[in-house]
Design a protein. Structure first.
Length: 201
């Protein structure tokens, strides 16, 4: 194995040959094997993958050709396929992507040009588009980014100048902006950062 990701009750992993494997709870189809049967050990989902990310009960993966694929729960549009239909197998969302992250019910992605895209649940402004409206397909938020991370209902991203930006839910101070007010657009927190990660709150 070469990469791993964990959702609330399911896991994803990539092998060195680009094959994608999944196991755990599959109530919402988050394993991507075409069923809703939970798996007690890794099952192969497909091949040709480069990166993976797990939301709470949905999954995201990038193929080596830059196409983005998603499956699992979709009640808030977190799969980005323009619907709220659950998908039990990977469905194509678009192309030209280089990085992905999954929150509780929202998703983030970077394109090769550094543009940041978001979709899914947006009750706390976690998509960063200035609203609290859910998005059923990827919406461009900003540009100039190189890395991203998604918490339960908040988001983080690094710009190419190593500045850190956050937005979304902030009741526990998870945005790091010295307040507890939610933000619906990215706010600059500081500079000189190299890596980011996000947990629940």
């Amino acid at each position: 194995f070469s990469a791993i990701a964990a959702g609330s009750y399911h896991n994803l992993a990539l092998k060195t040959d680009g094959s994608l494997w999944a196991w755990g709870d599959n109530t919402y189809g988050q394993l991507g094997d075409g069923t809703t049967t939970s798996q007690l050990e890794p099952v192969k989902i497909g091949s040709g993958y480069l990166a993976i990310a797990a939301g709470s009960i949905h999954s995201l993966a990038l193929r080596t050709d830059g196409t983005l694929w998603a499956w699992g729960s979709n009640d808030d549009g977190q799969l980005g396929d323009g619907t709220t239909t659950r998908r039990f197998s990977p469905v194509s969302v678009g192309s030209g992507y280089t990085a992905i992250a999954g929150g509780d019910a929202h998703s983030l992605a970077l394109k090769t040009d550094g543009s940041l895209w978001a979709w899914g649940q947006n009750a706390y402004g976690q998509l960063g588009d200035g609203s609290t409206n859910n998005r059923l397909s990827p919406s461009q938020i900003a540009s100039g980014f190189r890395a991203l991370a998604a918490g339960s209902s908040h988001s983080l991203a690094l710009k190419s100048d190593n500045s850190l930006w956050t937005w979304g839910r902030n009741d526990s101070g998870q945005l790091g902006d010295t307040t507890s007010a939610n933000r619906s657009t990215p706010a600059k927190i500081g500079t000189g950062y190299a890596l980011i990660a996000a947990a629940g709150n």
